[in-house]
Design a protein. Structure first.
Length: 154
């Protein structure tokens, strides 16, 4: 099941979960905090979360790394920050040079998520499955086309 299938029957769907406006390619980030901030700002600037959610993403990262392996980090807010989510969404930040997420774990893809209710668990599960494929992950790290990102994740 792809991301687009996840919410087909959702009556209160306000926005598409991932759009070209939520994708940033060839980004430079000097720190994990900066990478998480960029991912969070995309969600905020596109109306998926209130600004308070951005601080909760940083708080989550301080508590436990969201680095998932294979060059991918999936930052998201704390459980207490769910009240700041307006609509479920995913931001995609490609950092070809990588950024250290601690313990030498270098993330080249930083995928911010904001999920209403328990939707974040489904998103995490789908992303983990999709990004286990090294070929697909490398394509996402190297692409210069936002459509390729959407086609690969939706």
């Amino acid at each position: 099941m792809g991301f687009s299938d996840m919410f087909k029957n959702k009556k209160n769907k306000k926005k598409e979960m991932l759009t070209k406006d939520l994708v940033k390619l060839d980004v430079k980030a000097d720190s994990m905090e900066e990478a998480v901030k960029i991912a969070g700002r995309l969600l905020y600037e596109n109306g998926y979360v209130e600004e308070e959610y951005l601080a909760a993403m940083q708080e989550r990262e301080r508590d436990v790394s969201t680095y998932m392996g294979n060059g991918v980090a999936i930052p998201h807010g704390t459980n207490e920050s769910k009240k700041y989510i307006i609509s479920t969404g995913i931001s995609f930040v490609q950092i070809p040079d990588g950024v250290d997420f601690g313990d030498g774990n270098i993330a080249k893809l930083v995928i911010g998520i904001a999920g209403q209710g328990d939707e974040h668990l489904k998103i995490l599960q789908n992303l983990a499955t999709a990004l286990q494929d090294d070929k697909k992950t490398n394509l996402l790290i190297e692409t210069d086309d936002k459509k390729t990102v959407l086609d690969s994740l939706l």
